[in-house]
Ligand binder design. Structure first.
Ligand code: SAM
Length: 276
């Protein structure tokens, strides 16, 4: 199946992370590449741990032995079919944490923005009780088709309502519905889509997730670039996403409607609890 490499839908692409200079540009700006270049040359891990050995230790000891067989199969299939784009899936240690958060929050009704082939979606569906429900939104239904057989094999497809659409109009519709019925509110939300819209998603989710409910945002340390000076070599869309994430992190930090914790797993997640 042809997978679009469009950065619009990707927004965390490693293989297009750097704007690689042409030969002419190279002679003009022949500067040594900084550590981002090393990080992104080849096939980087999203993990921000300082040691690859430590990541492997964590995966081998606590993550892979507990990974559901259909999650493992989906992870492997995504890698096979999507190649380097597989980096878009949340890493397994992060999915395990999501699962833990969902259970600690006793979540039953959840929403996910940004599905891709469905690794985080399947992890969520497996963590929910039998009568749990997930509204899953992605503008690209073809990637979801890759994951669907695994979601079915795991026996959790009945919990998933997949909506193929841009997220904002769907959220606006849900906000209208929730004004009428409080039972339309969600216990938990996971956001892993276009970074430039995170601020807009947050405003809608503050109306859609119940007080006491949880919202988790992915990639909030953006491959570690948020703490580095702007790198002119970055791909323009990666640069734009970095800027959006930096602004978004400030927006969350100043928001009195939430409590938050930014956690260094994957390339950073921010866990928010709605308090007002
Ligand atoms: C990083 S991937 C999601 C990965 C997924 N959580 C997983 O674990 O496999 C981002 C997804 O967001 C979707 N996306 C990007 N912009 C979107 C938008 N404006 N509305 C809906 N989906 C969007 C893309 O199609 C892509 O599948």
């Amino acid at each position: 199946m042809a997978i679009s490499a469009s950065f619009k839908s990707f927004h965390c692409a490693s293989f297009v992370f750097l704007h690689l200079p042409t030969t002419e540009e190279e002679t003009e700006q022949n500067e040594p590449r900084d550590h981002m270049a090393n990080l992104t040359s080849g096939y980087p891990s999203k993990c921000l741990l300082q040691s690859e050995a430590l990541l492997q230790y964590m995966l081998q000891t606590s993550v892979y032995p507990r990974e559901h067989e259909q999650l493992k199969a989906l992870r492997e299939q995504t890698s096979k079919v999507c190649g380097t784009e597989a980096v878009m899936s949340v890493p397994p240690e992060e999915a395990q944490m999501l699962s833990m958060l969902l259970k600690l929050a006793n979540a039953k009704k959840t929403i996910e923005i940004g599905v891709f082939t469905g690794y985080s979606l399947l992890a969520t569906a497996l963590a929910l009780p039998e009568d749990g429900k997930i509204t899953a939104i992605d503008e690209d239904g073809s990637s979801y088709e890759i994951g669907l057989p695994y979601i079915r094999s795991a026996g959790v497809d009945g919990k998933v309502d997949f909506i193929e659409s841009e997220a904002l109009p769907v959220l606006d519709e849900l906000v209208e519905k929730s004004k009428l019925k409080e039972e339309e509110l969600f216990d938990f939300a996971f956001v892993d889509a276009d970074k430039v819209n995170y601020g807009r998603y947050h405003e809608r989710l503050m109306k859609l997730v119940r007080i006491g409910g949880v919202v988790v945002y992915d990639n909030t340390l953006w491959f570690g670039t948020v703490a580095e000076p702007a790198n002119p070599s970055l791909h323009p869309e990666v640069k734009e996403a970095r800027k959006s994430i930096i602004e978004f992190n400030k927006q969350l930090s100043a928001d009195p409607r939430i409590e938050l914790s930014q956690v260094c797993i994957g390339d950073g997640i921010t866990i928010c609890r709605r308090v007002a």
